[in-house]
Design a protein around this ligand. Structure first.
Ligand SMILES: Cc1cc2nc3c(=O)[nH]c(=O)nc-3n(C[C@H](O)[C@H](O)[C@H](O)COP(=O)(O)OP(=O)(O)OC[C@H]3O[C@@H](n4cnc5c(N)ncnc54)[C@H](O)[C@@H]3O)c2cc1C
Length: 507
């Protein structure tokens, strides 16, 4: 006891520790700091930002895990969250205005569908594309709005958080669409945004699909400077608060546990700190590995160990040479070789994979070249045989795998857009192992754990009561889902009343 008191006297004290500095950790840190808390933000990597971090190839910048988002329109959820955190004026949306800049191409049928801006416009355009399916289209869009209006956590000004227990949480997107329409192409179009959460339509609940895609129907925007735009805004904002940031630092041990609380946090640097609470925004399996075994039940462990990874991406980072660049607007093009998105997000799928092609809104390089990123869905099994190898010392077989994927993607792309044959200069390629290493994630998945129907995610208070879990795997993925998770969990950390006062001040 005497020993513990001595330790405590010399230990640095924080109100809260936040582990992981992706968009979830940044949001959590700022929320707590804005409410007067002294916060320690720990990041395993050498710099903060996680999936938001950009990197440079030649004269061009590329995004790692943030390309575009919905919800930045006036009244949109992301605009509201940024407003709440005082960041709205610090992040500049670059809206996609023209429907030709967001397209789904269904290659087997030769049909291409443009995606206009605004819920009513999307609905009207889809009715034009499928005149005999207008009843199904109306029913689908009505159902999306209905689910979102009955999900209280989507209203961030509301201090009430209800558990997701809608009827639509227990039925798959696939089942709903099959009930609505016999047309496989329309079903493919309506489930196309599953690429933005990486779960097959027959595995995701209709409710979670609605919560994810509603924002895309209202508006889609790039952001000035991509993910770095967010990081920069948070860094600026932190300057006004008591936030200590430690990179290349993790929690090595949760020490001195009593009364179901952790009293001492041993850092990987050997330093020991104390805090009222600690919020993990990292992958659930990484949280489990830190918890002392006797502090959780077998049922808890088997739930966490049972989470599956969402899809990831094999990615090409390329430069459009000036001629091709001048003909290509910043845009998002989804190439679907098969209308059934279940196939395209199936790890066992043997056909041609889908591609999502994102042409950057950044200014061209001095020679007129533009950055383009091409994402092909990928799954841990594709790289499983090299999963123990390390960055910089991967075996030859892995190099050959990457080369095969690069040429297959190039061939696929050029079969649809022949002008890329001469106009595309490939600068780099990344597999799920690349993401695994750069994002310090256990599997390199794009969206954390797969959000399967009837799954009970790891969110909020953990078996040790001053530990909490937030992050993309806790609620929903993407920048919006990750930020939402931090608001919901932050409300528990602060307490309902304090959070309510914060909402009042921010209004
Ligand atoms: C290729 C790709 C494209 C994507 N495109 C989009 C998009 O266009 N729009 C969109 O909204 N979303 C997109 N996403 C998803 C989006 O990036 C994520 O959902 C979101 O950024 C996750 O944020 P996070 O903070 O929960 O996790 P992360 O960004 O993964 O952050 C977790 C952080 O924790 C750190 N960490 C890990 N372990 C520890 C530890 N033990 N101690 C301390 N720190 C640790 C990591 O280094 C990392 O910095 C994409 C993802 C990928 C991979």
């Amino acid at each position: 006891m005497f020993c513990c008191n001595i330790f405590r006297r010399y230990m640095k004290r924080y109100d809260n520790i936040v582990v992981g500095s992706g968009i979830s950790g940044l949001t959590m840190t700022l929320l707590l700091a804005m409410n007067g808390r002294r916060v320690l933000l720990l990041e395993k990597g050498t710099h903060i930002g996680g999936s938001l971090c950009r990197f440079r190839k030649g004269q061009l910048s590329f995004d790692t895990g943030f390309h575009f988002t919905g919800g930045l329109n006036d009244g949109g959820i992301l605009a509201d969250i940024l407003g709440l955190l005082g960041l709205r004026d610090m992040i500049e949306p670059l809206f996609i205005e023209d429907s030709s800049e967001n397209r789904f191409i269904f290659e087997s049928t030769g049909r291409s569908f443009e995606h206009p801006v605004g819920f009513a416009n999307v609905k009207a355009r889809f009715r034009e594309y499928f005149p005999s399916e207008s009843t199904a289209i109306d029913a689908y869009f009505d159902a999306v709005q209905s689910v979102c209006s009955r999900t209280p956590s989507l209203n961030i000004h509301d201090n009430l958080i209800a558990p997701p227990n809608l009827e639509e949480d227990y039925i798959s997107l696939d089942a709903v669409l099959k009930e609505m329409t016999p047309d496989p192409l329309l079903r493919g179009l309506l489930s196309g945004y599953a690429m933005c959460y990486g779960v097959r339509p027959d595995e995701v609940s209709f409710a979670n699909h609605c919560r994810m895609v509603q924002n895309f129907y209202e508006s889609i925007a790039f952001v000035r400077d991509g993910g770095d735009g967010f990081i920069h805004a948070f860094k600026e904002k932190f300057k006004g608060y008591e936030v200590d940031i430690r990179c290349s630092t993790t929690i090595a041990e949760l020490a001195e546990v009593s009364d179901s609380r952790v009293h001492r946090f041993v850092l990987s640097t050997g330093e020991e700190v104390s805090a009222d609470s600690c919020v993990f925004t990292i992958h659930p399996s990484q949280v489990l590995s830190l918890l002392p075994e006797k502090q959780y039940s077998r049922a808890f462990a088997s739930r966490v160990n049972g989470f599956e990874p969402s899809a990831g991406f094999f990615s090409l980072f390329a430069r459009l040479k000036p001629g091709a660049a001048s003909r290509t607007k910043s845009s998002i093009v989804s190439l679907f070789p098969d209308p059934d998105v279940n196939n395209l997000l199936d790890p066992e799928w043997g056909g041609t994979p889908a591609l999502v092609i994102i042409t950057s809104p950044d200014a061209p390089d001095p020679d007129g070249g533009k950055g383009i990123c091409i994402l092909e869905p990928s799954f841990p099994r594709h790289v499983a045989q090299w999963s123990d190898s390390r960055l910089g010392s991967r075996p030859e077989g892995y190099r050959e795998y990457k080369e095969r994927r690069v040429s297959a993607i190039r061939e696929h792309l050029c079969s649809v857009f022949p002008h890329y044959l001469e106009g595309l200069e490939i600068l780099d390629a990344g597999s799920m192992l690349t993401y695994k290493d750069y994002l310090n994630s256990p599997d390199g998945s794009a969206y954390g754990v797969k959000q399967k129907m009837r799954q009970f995610n790891m969110i909020g208070r953990l078996p040790l009561h001053n530990l909490y879990a937030a992050g993309q795997s806790a609620l929903l993925p993407g920048v919006i889902g990750a930020m939402m998770s931090s608001l919901i969990v932050g409300r528990s950390v602060l307490g309902k009343d304090e959070y309510g006062r914060f909402l009042g001040r921010a209004a």
